[in-house]
Design a binder for this molecule. Sequence first.
Ligand SMILES: Cc1cc2nc3c(=O)[nH]c(=O)nc-3n(C[C@H](O)[C@H](O)[C@H](O)COP(=O)(O)O)c2cc1C
Length: 195
Amino acid sequence: MENLSTFTPVALEHASRLINHGPTVLVTSSDGKRHNVMAAAWSMPVEFTPPRIAIVIDKRTFTRELIHASGTFGVIIPGAAAIDLTYAVGSVSGRETDKFERFKIAAITGPKLGLPLLEAGCCAWMECRLIPERHTEDAYDTCFAEVVSAAADPRAFRHGHWELDSSNADLHTIHHLGAGNFVRASDTIKARELA
Ligand SMILES: Cc1cc2nc3c(=O)[nH]c(=O)nc-3n(C[C@H](O)[C@H](O)[C@H](O)COP(=O)(O)O)c2cc1C
C-alpha cells in the first residue's frame, strides 16, 4: 500500500454529506496482517458534529471480524466507474480470497488510521473509528462509527458539496437496486421555495 492520495481533504463537519444521499459504499478493514473490502448499500449519517455514521454489516462477514479486531474501518464511495468492482467485492468473502489481489485493487494507506483506502474509480473516502454498541451490533448488525478523516475527488465534491454534472459522469455515486442493478446519481435538481 502506498500513501499517495490524489484526493482533497474534506472538513469533518462536511463528512456526513458524503453519504447523505445514500450511495452504495465499500467498507475496508484490516487487523494489521489481513485486509479486506466489501460492498454495503445500507449506510447513513447520524450526526453532523462530530460526524457519526451507521452502517449495516452482517455479523457473518469477514469484514465484521476485522472491524472488531481493530476497532476501525474505512468507507469508500465508489463512482460509476467502479460498479463492476463494487459488485465483485460484494459477491465473495475475504475469508476465501484476498480480494485486493484477486481483483487487482490498488489501495492507499489512510492518513489517520492506516486503513486500506481506494481512490481509482471512486469519489471519496472516510476513515472511521467504531463506536462499540454491542446491542445494535448483535441484534441489528448495525455498526456506529465516528469519522476521523475524509477526502474526496475535487472534481466531484468540493467546498463541502457534491458537484455532479455531465463533466464527471464516471464519478457519479451508485445506488443499488438489487441483483447487480444500480442507478447513478445524475441530473442534480434544485428545490425552489413554494409560493
Ligand atoms: C451492491 C451490494 C450491496 C451490499 N450491501 C450490504 C450491506 O449493506 N450490508 C451487508 O452486510 N452486506 C451487504 N452486501 C453483501 C456483502 O458485501 C457480502 O456479504 C460480502 O461478500 C462480505 O464480504 P466479507 O466476508 O469479505 O466481509 C452487499 C453486496 C452487494 C453486491
